[in-house]
Design a protein around this ligand. Structure first.
Ligand code: BEZ
Length: 416
């Protein structure tokens, strides 16, 4: 088990012990709420679904550093549900949302509210790695079918894999592992500086990069706090002082916007190669930084707006029509999450009373996604992803976006 995984594990241990989450499952209120899972009120109607309402609980950030990510994932899920008339397996699907915010305390409280007060049938969501880990034992011991739609904590596909949890997004290892060797062998960088948000997802990304990049590092890693709201010049000036030939970045949401705006203002990225895990140059960020986008940046991710497939073009067109803006990778992960839920509900004909059967149906879902082929790895419960190596361009039609320059097919988390 890696250092980061041990950190996540010990954090999980603290959370569970401190608040006694597990005890809750044995409380009268908890048992009553859980007994309601798979049940609910019957909606009569000649043309609509006649089975019990299916309550989908969503825990995503709608505030702070990753608010835009939460909004995109929600939009993606809702877009897919709308496509199928908000029903599957003869059950009307109703969405209940809670704010994940940032801290593990808030994310756990949001989950407990949905499970114990709203009596949801399943949970989907989690953007932050520590929040997925902090909820893992509660969801598992309470047998709540769960889909992680973003949070990449490696441990969820490894030592803390759960029978009750599947992940439709990525592990933090996945987008970066192919990038270390690409940066070294194809881009020829020899003296790299790692720049990442200082929390487990950033640290796991850095660790994954070090597995395949064996060159030198220009200086100690530059690791601003997650959700940094101070003067980004403090961090950008460290890059200039280190004088690397390239940087490898893991930042997302408003962290990436703050970083790129300041780096552009100070001209700090002019003479170096900018690379990273693709979140820092995704469409959400590009929509905010405009002409401050680092054109030429090379990044790895399991999707790009420009993917030239029917599935992606249809998805992008439907998303633009519904929300009047281009989707980003988070919206795509949400859309696929919606599809997995719908396909699994149809497969069990709406019968979710036995969570094991419903979870088996989730694990068996496979389809042609906007990202490419979608299927879960039975060994890890994590999606097997293509990793696209993308270059940031200014496209005459699309504006700032990422075009695919290479593809690494079938990247599966190693599971240990
Ligand atoms: C994470 O915490 O796992 C994460 C957050 C934003 C983007 C990618 C990963």
């Amino acid at each position: 088990m890696s250092e980061i995984e041990r950190y996540l594990d010990s954090k999980l241990g603290e959370d569970v012990d401190r608040r006694g989450f597990l005890k809750l499952s044995a409380s009268a209120a908890g048992l009553a709420a859980l007994a309601a899972c798979g049940g609910g009120t019957v909606t009569p109607g000649p043309s609509g679904p006649t089975g019990a309402e299916f309550k989908l609980g969503i825990v995503l950030p709608y505030s702070n550093v990753y608010a835009e990510l939460g909004s995109s994932i929600t939009n993606g899920i809702q877009l897919y549900l709308n496509k199928v008339g908000n029903q599957a397996g003869n059950r009307k699907i109703t969405v209940f949302k809670e704010d994940e915010k940032v801290s593990t305390d808030d994310a756990v409280a949001a989950t407990k509210k949905l499970v114990e007060q709203t009596s949801v049938d399943m949970i989907a969501g989690y953007v932050l790695s520590p929040n997925a880990v902090a909820n893992r034992d509660y969801l598992t011991s309470n047998k709540v079918p769960t889909i992680i739609a973003n949070a990449g904590a490696n441990v969820i596909s490894r030592a803390k894999k759960s029978d009750f949890i599947y992940r439709t997004s990525f592990s933090n290892w996945q987008p970066t592992h192919p990038m270390g060797s690409y940066v070294q062998d194809k881009l020829g960088l020899k003296n790299v500086l790692l720049v990442y948000a200082n929390y487990p997802a950033g640290a796991e990304t850095a660790q994954s990069f070090r597995e395949t990049y064996t060159g030198k590092f220009a200086a100690a890693d530059v690791a601003p706090p997650l959700g940094y709201t101070g003067d980004w010049a403090v961090w950008v000036s460290k890059i200039t002082a280190a004088n690397p030939d390239g940087i490898y970045v893991f930042l997302s949401g408003t962290d990436s916007v703050g970083f790129l705006n300041k780096a552009n203002e100070l001209g700090a990225l002019k003479n170096i190669k900018v690379t990273g895990s693709g979140f820092f140059v995704e469409q959400d960020v590009l929509g905010s930084v405009g002409d401050r986008a680092p054109v030429g940046a090379v990044s790895g991710l399991h999707w790009a707006l420009t993917l030239d497939t029917k599935e992606n073009k249809d998805f992008v067109a439907a998303y633009r029509k519904a929300y009047n803006k281009p989707p980003d990778v988070f919206a795509m992960d949400g859309y696929d999450t919606g599809r997995v839920i719908v396909d699994a509900l149809n497969a069990v004909k709406g019968d979710t009373k036995d969570p094991t059967k419903f979870l088996a149906a989730i694990g068996a879902v496979s389809f042609k996604s906007p990202r490419g082929d979608f299927k879960f790895d039975a060994a890890t419960h994590n999606v097997i992803n293509p990793v696209y190596i993308r270059e940031l361009v200014k496209d005459p039609q699309l504006g700032y976006t990422n075009k695919v320059v290479a593809t690494v097919a079938g990247v599966a988390d190693p599971g240990k």
